[in-house]
Design a protein around this ligand. Sequence first.
Ligand SMILES: Cc1cc2nc3c(=O)[nH]c(=O)nc-3n(C[C@H](O)[C@H](O)[C@H](O)COP(=O)(O)OP(=O)(O)OC[C@H]3O[C@@H](n4cnc5c(N)ncnc54)[C@H](O)[C@@H]3O)c2cc1C
Length: 310
Amino acid sequence: MSETIVIAEIVKGAVHPTTSELITAANALGSQPTVIVPCADASVADGAAQFSGSAKVIAAKSDVFSNYDAAGWAAALDAVAPAGVLITSASPQSKDLAARLAARRGISVVQDVVKIEGGNLTSPIYSGKAMQTVSLTGDAVVSVRPNVFDSSGSGGSGDVSVVDTTGNVATAVQEFMARASTRLDVAEANIIVSGGRGMGSPANFSHLEAIADTIGAAVGASRAAVDTWDEIPHSMQVGQTGKTVNPNLYIAVGISGAIQHLAGMRSSKYIVAINKDADAPIFQHADYGIVATWEEALPVLQSSLASMMS
Ligand SMILES: Cc1cc2nc3c(=O)[nH]c(=O)nc-3n(C[C@H](O)[C@H](O)[C@H](O)COP(=O)(O)OP(=O)(O)OC[C@H]3O[C@@H](n4cnc5c(N)ncnc54)[C@H](O)[C@@H]3O)c2cc1C
């Protein structure tokens, strides 16, 4: 097996805890990986050095890593990462990066891996309708779904070596302006409360927000909700053409459970569905189902959760 390199997951300029899951995935491939941390300030890499299970941690330092830009990041990382199997997160940003890195190196990319056994990698295909297993026989870029592998734990040596890299970057993103929102992003949340067209109007999403605020969840939406109401932004959309999420708990309210929605959330650990139609397809995938209107169910849920949390 060739060398294994983990590209640390960077969110808002810091090493995200899911990086330790990538180390576990590398360990499942039978090796202690080198962890490369893309950063503008080398101290960011300290966040990765605390994780156990890696052979070494390299801070790949470049101004290009101040803001995400697929071409710039791939060029700078390609210059510093040795040949081997590169492992990234399967977040939207890192899947983009994985594809760029693979294209630069002329090697295969395997996205959304949820299981590693020996050299065999399993990932969902056809919007999650089937699983495919491929054998790793050479260098490749592999993106791993968050929240599937256990954390490698803490107890790393804390040692970091610093490498300056530019990779002859032709352009760099100077500033990134996120749309002003104080709400948690669905891609980062452990609990998601999502609403569909069954919510009736965008104003009714305030009931989902109240529940989300009570339990520290993000608010998501189906594409029908996003397409129907301008007030529900595309950034909230979960599904095949939205975000793929993998939270511990996904609460679907007024969502029918179309295959394209399931594609983005069916691997959630627990799924709760609230729908007035007992035959709605979402119930076939839910661990817990409530056949009721949201008008009936949400106030009860809200007050139970509020008393649990107080
Ligand atoms: C190429 C393609 C890509 C797509 N990508 C996505 C995607 O990324 N994400 C996505 O979500 N969809 C996607 N879709 C759309 C998808 O096919 C469905 O149309 C969409 O998911 C339906 O959204 P919905 O369940 O909110 O609405 P509906 O199908 O209209 O379902 C509304 C549900 O709410 C229930 N309901 C109504 N009133 C109440 C009430 N008062 N209380 C409780 N329940 C109630 C109804 O029983 C129904 O089950 C895609 C489609 C295509 C063709």
